[in-house]
Ligand binder design. Structure first.
Ligand SMILES: Nc1ncnc2c1ncn2[C@@H]1O[C@H](COP(=O)(O)OP(=O)(O)OP(=O)(O)O)[C@@H](O)[C@H]1O
Ligand SMILES: CC(C)=CCC/C(C)=C/COP(=O)(O)OP(=O)(O)O
Length: 78
């Protein structure tokens, strides 16, 4: 198979996870790694650095840090 595209997908805290994971599989994404974890605040600030000047940035970081996220890596072939 040709080289796959790698995609990072994070599911936000306090929601249902199963349907979202299933949806990506049905679209042809292959799940190759997943981790259920509380993302450190500093890591989230770096992840969303492009949005740092937006008014919603502090709230976004706070919410993402308020519980566990499902962090996933998928492969896909176009
Ligand atoms: N106008 C907005 N108001 C409130 N929150 C927003 C707004 N735009 C983006 N966000 C929040 O910021 C997060 C990241 O936005 P971004 O535009 O980077 O989209 P993404 O699809 O999550 O990431 P990417 O484009 O890197 O795949 C969104 O999931 C959302 O929670
Ligand atoms: C929404 C976001 C940005 C989530 C962050 C996910 C995260 C910190 C993964 C760390 O996994 P890792 O395998 O790279 O690190 P470690 O080896 O420390 O577990």
């Amino acid at each position: 198979m040709a080289n796959p595209e790698h995609t990072f997908i994070a599911i936000k805290p306090h929601g249902l996870m199963g349907e979202i994971i299933k949806c990506y599989e049905q679209k042809g994404f292959l799940l190759v790694a997943m981790k259920f974890l509380r993302a450190p605040e500093e890591h989230l600030r770096q992840h969303y650095i492009d949005l740092k000047d937006q008014s919603f940035f502090p709230g976004l970081v706070k919410y993402m840090n308020s519980g566990n996220v499902m962090a996933m890596e998928h492969y896909s072939w176009q």
